[in-house]
Design a protein around this ligand. Structure first.
Ligand SMILES: *Cc1c(COP(=O)(O)O)cnc(C)c1O
Length: 439
């Protein structure tokens, strides 16, 4: 499988390892697969008895057959995903695909796990080291930190805005130690992002430090997210009477794009529902044909507070500019509906769902209500464990979610972070002093 930039389809394609370590294409575009693998036979061969590793292994081999034979593909799947998704019925016609059973308790563990495993394998093969530099407002950083912790030949440097991530998120970023260095910046998330950007643009730094990124646009994070769609599809394809749809709580639209890729490669679903919070730029686009990025607004589902979704470029690429309304519909869900859905789901099932998952459930229920006679079945992705959003749950439900032991243990560990001033010079000093491997 080879990749080109969304901004220049005529350029010479790059290999998967190249796209992996570059992250963003040199022209500022996103890498996108040029090849259109036909995996219909692979998808059809997977049944309800297939484990997640079976599915991931088959998909890796189908997509990267030249690099991985069956045994190597399976080994990579095992190495990347020491956790599994869970599919659970919610109510007639709606199932929940829980993607939060990994170390950081959010679906980003799937992308980060595969990215870390493939980068490590590639560095072992060709030698050298990599320094993963990333800014986080919370969720991405914790998944990346967990996935890369203890990996050979890789250091991780994570910048986070002091006082502006939740206490749990801060513990997730700062208590791992080893090859994970947390930089506590006395500024905002935007400051952190700017500092990272300037480091990548500083030739003195890039000559000495083998920098790479791990942000959500990396193909190494995008592609593995297609695997759980195929797994869920395999779980229920034989029982679905009519139509099967996926409903995806979305912010930057990486998760949804991965589902659309799975469809493109041969997963025969009827369509996708893009559920956003009040930042409904894409639902608006799907309704009107006009894409109007805006400043993001703060909502209860804050991991989806995105006003200019970066993967819009990829969706356009996939569909040649026009996203077909038959395959993809969108819905914006406001805070009042998120809160009401959390409360209603708790009352009717006893299940506590996070605000992002509630966004998806609300959109799925609306869709079913519009077609009352149909046997459509909607799989709604549960993107995070409710324990990551204790305050929102307490406020909406009056009860606290149970804290998984892997999160509870973190709260007891000691925070270690290096305070850093919000300037490019301060970051440069740290990088050159600690990570000058190339000189
Ligand atoms: C990142 C995140 C999302 C949004 O995913 P995208 O791929 O950016 O659309 C949704 N929910 C949770 C909990 C997240 O962490």
């Amino acid at each position: 499988m080879r990749f080109v930039s969304t901004r220049n389809m005529e350029a010479t394609p790059v290999t998967f390892p190249e796209a992996l370590f570059r992250g963003l294409a040199p022209d500022g575009g996103l890498y996108h697969p040029v090849d259109e693998p036909d995996l219909r036979t692979v998808v059809r061969s997977l049944g309800a008895d297939a484990s997640f590793v079976d599915v991931a292994g088959a998909m890796i081999q189908g997509l990267f057959g030249e690099e991985y034979d069956a045994a190597a593909a399976r080994a990579l799947a095992q190495e990347s995903f020491p956790f599994e998704p869970v599919l659970r019925p919610l109510e007639p016609g709606i199932d929940i695909l829980e993607l939060f059973h990994g170390p950081s308790c959010a679906f980003k563990d799937f992308g980060a796990g595969f990215l870390a495993a493939t980068m490590e394998a590639e560095l072992r093969r060709r030698g050298g080291r990599a320094v993963v530099l990333t800014a986080t407002s919370g969720d991405t950083g914790s998944a990346v930190a967990q996935a890369f912790h203890g990996r050979d030949r890789i250091d991780v440097v994570i910048l986070y805005p002091s006082g502006r991530v939740s206490p749990l998120q801060e513990q997730q970023l700062t208590t791992l130690g080893g090859n994970v260095l947390a930089l506590e910046v006395n500024g905002s998330f935007d400051d952190c992002q700017r500092m990272v950007k300037e480091a990548f643009g500083d030739s003195e730094i890039t000559a000495a430090v083998p920098l790479t990124s791990a942000n959500s646009i990396n193909v190494g994070r995008l592609i593995p997210q297609s695997f759980y769609y195929v797994w869920a599809f395999a779980q229920c394809k034989d029982e679905v009477e009519d139509e099967l749809l996926f409903c995806v709580p979305s912010g930057n639209f990486g998760n949804l794009t991965a589902g659309v890729l799975a469809w493109r490669w041969g997963m025969a679903v009827a369509g996708f529902i893009a559920a956003t919070n009040a930042n409904d730029v894409i639902p608006e686009y799907l309704r009107t044909g006009v894409f109007t990025p805006r400043e993001s607004i703060h909502t209860l589902a804050n991991a989806m507070d995105v006003g200019n979704p970066s993967n819009f470029e990829r969706l356009q690429q996939i569909f040649g500019g026009f996203v077909p309304a038959t395959l993809l519909t969108g819905r914006g869900v406001d805070d009042a509906a998120i809160r009401a859905t959390m409360a209603d789901v708790y009352r009717s099932t006893g299940m506590i769902v996070c605000p992002h998952t509630a966004t998806g459930i609300h959109a799925a229920r609306q869709r079913r209500a519009e077609e009352p006679g149909s046997d459509m079945r909607i799989i709604t992705l549960a993107t995070a464990h409710p324990a990551k959003f204790v305050e929102v749950c307490e406020d909406a439900l009056g009860v606290s979610p149970e804290i998984p032991s892997r999160l509870a243990r973190l709260m007891e560990r000691t925070k270690v972070a290096l305070p850093v001033d919000r300037s490019a010079a301060a970051l440069k000093k740290v990088l050159l002093e600690r990570f000058s491997y190339s000189t």
